[in-house]
Design a protein around this ligand. Structure first.
Ligand code: APR
Length: 238
């Protein structure tokens, strides 16, 4: 079944969450014990309020995460998705992830719904810098404004362009594959539904169950994404 869907898809779109990068060494948010939100309250470290009233802890939290995306790298699963795009099998990726690993692996059509840790910008003048600037002694812009990661904080407006792109990709998909997301954050979690409602097959690959599993044509739990993608890749390479 899945082999036919993958090899016959005319417009494959992949939707990724933090579970796509745990095999690279980056923690996800909601896995028991290891998830970031099991250790930290997002409102205290990842919100507009935290940026304005708890800046030291905010900076410490995000410096650690920026270091993580510099220290770790895409795994084989990311590289398979890049090969699929190069081969014309995969049309685009919609990602909630901010690690930039899809682009580092070679994917070009990537909609980053929640921004990126690969860049920081000045809270005052908006000037954008590479996130290395955020790791030095000072985390201030030349205009002396505060530098902050170019990710969407809780309580912030969502970037319109990637959501428009994602919406158009979801309605064009005939195969929509979710990889490593608990699908617990709106409005990002609506895209699998939008794809399904517009006639796409919906596949969800996630360690644990998600609230949208009942809408899926296929659910794969309790398997590592890297193993699943390697197995599927062999449909074309063997
Ligand atoms: N293989 C398969 N599934 C995995 C793997 C893996 N190697 N590693 C983790 N998972 C699953 C976990 O079981 C979990 O259900 O990935 C899912 C990740 O879910 P979350 O931690 O909730 O991450 P995500 O869905 O991306 O969160 C969405 O929440 O806090 C915000 O902005 C943040 O973009 C993030 C959004």
């Amino acid at each position: 079944m899945i082999k036919d869907w993958l090899t016959n898809a005319k417009y494959m779109v992949v939707f990724t969450g933090a579970g796509m990068s745990t095999e690279s060494g980056l923690p996800d948010f909601r896995s028991a014990n290891t998830g970031l939100w099991q250790q930290k309250d997002p409102s205290q470290v990842a919100s507009v309020k935290a940026l304005n009233t708890n800046v030291e802890e905010f900076i410490e939290f995000y410096r650690k995460r920026v270091l993580g995306v510099k220290e770790f790298e895409p795994h084989n699963g990311h590289r398979i998705l890049a090969e699929w795009e190069n081969d014309g099998r995969l049309q685009s990726i919609i990602t909630q992830n901010v690690d930039g690993f899809h682009q580092l692996a070679g994917n070009r059509n990537v909609a980053e719904l929640h921004g990126t840790l690969q860049k920081v910008h000045c809270q005052s003048c908006g000037t954008s810098y590479s996130s290395e600037e955020f790791l030095g002694e000072s985390y201030h812009c030349e205009c002396s404004g505060l530098l902050r990661p170019s990710v969407v904080l809780f309580g912030e407006m969502l970037p319109e362009e990637p959501f428009e792109i994602a919406f158009n990709e979801a309605i064009r998909a005939d195969l929509f594959i979710v990889l490593g997301s608990s699908l617990s954050v709106t409005p990002a979690n609506q895209f699998p539904l939008i794809a399904k409602e517009n006639g796409s097959k919906l596949v969800i690959v996630n360690q644990e169950a998600t609230p949208f599993d009942s809408y899926a044509d296929l659910v794969i739990n309790n398997r590592q994404i890297g193993d699943v993608l390697s197995e599927w890749h062999r449909f074309w390479t063997d």
